[in-house]
Design a protein around this ligand. Structure first.
Ligand SMILES: [Zn+2]
Length: 251
């Protein structure tokens, strides 16, 4: 990170309609001329600029892009609302394979319970309408779906990777910060919350771990292997990183 030009403040605000929007300024030597506006997942705004930028240039960029900034900031803020702990009541949205589904809790007269995925909604039928019971039932369903889907993808992906002679054993384990890992003796541990992520992101995690069966490190050789079997992995990883907070809540 480069030093800020002396005349530049570290932060500022601008007005958009009724709202006062704060931002921070950072300096980067890698930017030759352009000033960049970043809206971060935590709903903060960063203005990244070349070291010789003066404040009026920043004001001009903000004035030109105010609408864009506002729109994107609103989207990020809206997305963050869903990071609040879920209550497991009807009307909330829950993820499955990257899509949001609306939860419908339906009282069931018999003692049987079930979870059904229909277009756009997740129906949970239970004899008791108790949010903690809904949560347990739903998480059991996610885990079952994760087991089925991940084993199937693993089998399909392994068939295409020449260094894999047989599909490695897989276990599901709730983890707070990791999507998966590969033990030195070649067993995969996967986070059942992966089933909430978009399909390409799931494949990226599987391919990353499967590359570790050949390269047990993050060396350049590992990444060239990953580049070959998952050419889009950077975009898939970026998407997954953005969603992580949302997908790992309530698991
Ligand atoms: Zn790794």
């Amino acid at each position: 990170m480069a030093k800020l030009a002396d005349a530049l403040p570290l932060e500022g605000t601008f007005q958009y309609g009724e709202s006062t929007i704060p931002y921070r300024i950072t300096c980067s030597e890698r930017l030759a001329a352009r000033i960049r506006v970043h809206i971060h997942p935590d709903a903060t705004i960063e203005i990244e600029c070349p070291p010789d930028t003066i404040k009026p240039q920043i004001d001009l960029v903000i004035a030109r892009r105010a609408r864009w900034i506002w729109r994107n900031l609103s989207e990020v803020r809206e997305g963050r609302q869903h990071v609040r702990p879920r209550e497991f009541v009807s009307g909330e949205t829950h993820f499955y394979l990257g899509r949001r589904h609306q939860l419908k809790v339906i009282p069931e007269s018999s003692s049987a319970s079930s979870v059904r995925l229909t277009r756009g909604s997740l129906e949970v039928r239970l004899p008791v309408n108790d949010p903690s019971a809904v949560r347990r039932r739903l998480n059991a369903w996610y885990r079952h779906r994760a087991d089925v889907y991940l084993s199937e993808r693993l089998r399909i992906i392994c068939a295409d990777l020449p260094w894999i002679a047989r599909v490695p054993p897989m276990i599901l384990l709730k983890m707070r910060k990791q999507w998966g890992n590969c033990s030195p003796d070649g067993r995969l541990t996967l986070n059942p919350a992966l089933i909430k992520a978009p399909r390409p992101c799931i494949d990226y995690v599987l391919k990353h771990e499967l590359c570790h069966l050949n390269e047990h490190n993050h060396s350049p050789r590992f990444y060239s292997l990953l580049d070959r079997c998952a050419p889009n992995w950077r975009a898939e990883k970026a998407e997954l990183d953005q969603l992580a907070e949302l997908l790992l809540a309530d698991t």
